[in-house]
Design a protein around this ligand. Structure first.
Ligand SMILES: [Zn+2]
Ligand SMILES: [Zn+2]
Length: 324
């Protein structure tokens, strides 16, 4: 099952020349979840992976840089004749917010559900869930954790055969929990394996609950609006410095930290260097970069640069051209 994060906008507060406002598209199998929808998000998507039929939108909070792209995107879906339902989740106040902008998108040909979440409430996606984590940024702001269910342990086919189970359909039955010829699944399956976990901080000052929620996460996406020399500003505005974000990552023992909500005040390399002095496995994705999150036994989460993808597809096109 593929799991990835696509960074549609990695800037914060105001858009920069190369960084759009916050939006992260998480894809898991065929599910498409959008976390925040800053102004310009639909354009960012159209210019990159395409404006996909998103299943649900999770808003972290109601500062304008995190949701202003939503009414336009809802309208575009309507103009495209979308029929698939869409759910928008967010903290309390979401109903009022959406009622206030309803005149912009008008009547929709698809079912729109608006769902205010309580702190720590979870939304089930079948074999995974999304939990709302109250963070430190105004009276109602969430981070979100996407947590997969545990997976069965690894099946040992050689051992199963040694115990007298024939290779073939019986192997499948064993792995689905049936006892075959007196051999119980527990005898041939390893210990239960954790599912993957990705955590998105939204805007926040360093937050204990987020550290707990991100414990051993495969990826923590954390805001880093400031650097240490502006730590007073970070405190006043309930944001984090790069060093603070890295400390959260270190305390939570995550595998990879991706910094976002980057300000036009700094160079990404300053932010990255400050964070890496505390937590080495830190990246600062650019707009349109992707982080792929494989199952741990298949490797670590890694950043795929959009520029590399573009180059690869150009090479492919050139290759096709010369062959024709
Ligand atoms: Zn923000
Ligand atoms: Zn904010």
């Amino acid at each position: 099952m593929d799991l990835s994060l696509f960074f549609a906008g990695t800037g914060g507060s105001v858009p920069g020349a190369s960084r759009g406002l916050p939006a992260i598209l998480v894809r898991r199998g065929s599910d498409k979840l959008l976390f925040d929808c800053g102004e310009g998000t639909q354009r960012q998507l159209v210019q990159s992976v395409g404006l996909l039929e998103i299943d649900s939108v999770f808003l972290t909070h109601f500062h304008a840089d995190h949701w202003l792209g939503l009414p336009g995107m809802l309208k575009t879906f309507a103009l495209r004749g979308r029929e698939q339902p869409l759910t928008i989740y967010g903290p309390s106040g979401l109903n009022d917010l959406m009622a206030g902008v309803r005149f912009i998108y008008g009547r929709l040909p698809y079912e729109l559900t608006i769902s205010e979440l309580a702190p720590k409430e979870t939304v089930s996606g079948g074999d995974y869930r999304v939990a709302a984590i109250p963070v430190r940024h105004g009276p109602r702001a969430f981070g979100y954790a996407l947590i997969e269910d545990e997976r069965p342990g690894e099946f040992d086919p050689l051992l199963a055969e040694r115990l007298g189970v024939k290779a073939g359909p019986d192997f499948g039955r064993l792995q689905r929990g049936e006892t075959i010829d007196g051999v119980a699944p527990a005898q041939v399956m390893g210990p239960v394996r954790h599912g993957r976990k990705i955590v998105i901080s939204g805007d926040t000052a360093p937050c204990e609950l987020l550290v707990a929620a991100a414990h051993r996460a495969d990826v923590l996406v954390h805001e880093a609006t400031f650097i240490e020399e502006d730590s007073e500003r970070a405190l006043e505005t309930e944001h984090s410095t790069a060093r603070q974000a890295a400390t959260v990552a270190s305390e939570a023992e995550v595998s990879l930290l991706a910094l976002t909500h980057l300000s036009t005040r700094y160079f990404a390399r300053e932010i990255r260097a400050e964070a890496r002095s505390v937590f080495a496995a830190t990246e600062t994705p650019r707009d349109f970069d992707t982080i792929e999150v494989p199952f741990p036994e298949r490797g670590q989460a890694r950043v795929l640069r959009w520029s590399d993808r573009l180059r690869a597809s150009e090479t492919l096109r050139e290759g096709t051209g010369s062959a024709a």
